[in-house]
Structures are given as C-alpha cells and as structure tokens.
Design a protein. Sequence first.
Length: 228
Amino acid sequence: MKSVEEFLNAERIATIYGPGEILSNIALALVLGLVISYIYKTTHQGLSYSQSFMLTLVFVSIIVAVVMMIIGNNLARAFALVGALSIIRFRTVVKDTKDMAYVFMTLAAGMAAGTSSYFLAVTSVIFMGVVALVLHASNYGSLYKSEFILRFRTIVSDDPPYIPIIQQFTKSSNLLHVEPSGDGETSKLTFDIVMQRDADAQAFSTRISALPEVSEVVLVASKNDADY
C-alpha cells in the first residue's frame, strides 16, 4: 500500500511542498484568518457588521494559501488559475471601505502562508493587528468625540424655548437645516451639537421632548459618520 507521500508524489501535487509543509501552511493560514477576523470584529464600528464577512476572511486566507501552493513556480498553472477564477463574479457590495483593507490583509496572509514564508506571515499579521487595535482605541480619524445630530419639530416663535436647554447641555450647536411645514406654523430643525463632557444625552433628549412646543425629537450619535 502506498504511503501518503508516495500517493501525493504520484499525483504530482507535492512537487514543491511536502505533505507536512502543506498541512503546516494550511494550518497557519487558518490561524491567521481567525486572528484577522477577530481583530475585525473587535475594531468594527457602524451598522454594516456581517457574520458572513467574518467567515469570508477565514475562508479567503485558507483558499489563497492553497492556490499559492497549487501554482508553486509553475507559470502555466498561474495563467490557468487566472482564467478559471475570472469566471467568478462577485456582486457583494462592500459597505465599509475599511473592510477592503481586511480583505487585502487576509489575501497577503494567505499568500505568505501558502509560500511557506512563515515569519513574514506571522509578523505582518501581528503588526497590522497592533496598528488596527491602536487606531481603534485612539479613535483615530474621528473628527468629533461627543457630537450628535439633533432633529425635532417646533412651533415657530420669536423666543424659542429650546435654546436655553441646548445651551445648558452643549458646548456648541450649529443649525444645519430648517424645513418649514406647509402651513408655516411649525418647522423641522436639524442641529449639529457637541455635548458637555459630563452631560447625559438621555437627559438632554428628555428635557427637549418635555417642551410642549417641541415634537418628533431624534438624537443621533455621529462619532463616525452621519447623514442628515
């Protein structure tokens, strides 16, 4: 009975990589894919989180490692795989541009693992992971630390009752949008506000909602991105 290694050699699979190295490469790709997906889950912000994307990161790392081992140093295989993979169409829209960075990180990890560049694979993932965690912890790139979008409808008057409350709870407020009603008696206002350091957003919205002249109060946190 042939051994596993003899079978692989007979099938021309292990012309470059031995069975032990193949298993090591795939196992490392799996571990790196899990690490990258965990970092993605830890640092993710917003509403576009997807468990499917988490699984995709793990699968991509393993698949790329296998593809790199299949190609080896055979140029003909490389062109054959390009032609085979070109028939696959990806229609999933990436909602967050940062997700693309994780896809490329996973591709790089799989390529490094698949070519037995273990030190490069582990070092690059650790380095990128530390950078991602530090940027997440420092809230890097965020323009605001305690900014909100405030929307409400109010009765038009010369002495708005909501002004003192806004001044009490916020450091600054800017009127962004005014939408008058058809009868001209009420207006829908949109403010960009920065809360006081110790101010409670829930208490602020409650105070605004309690005003008889005010209705339809919506307070939206805009630490990252907000559309109004």
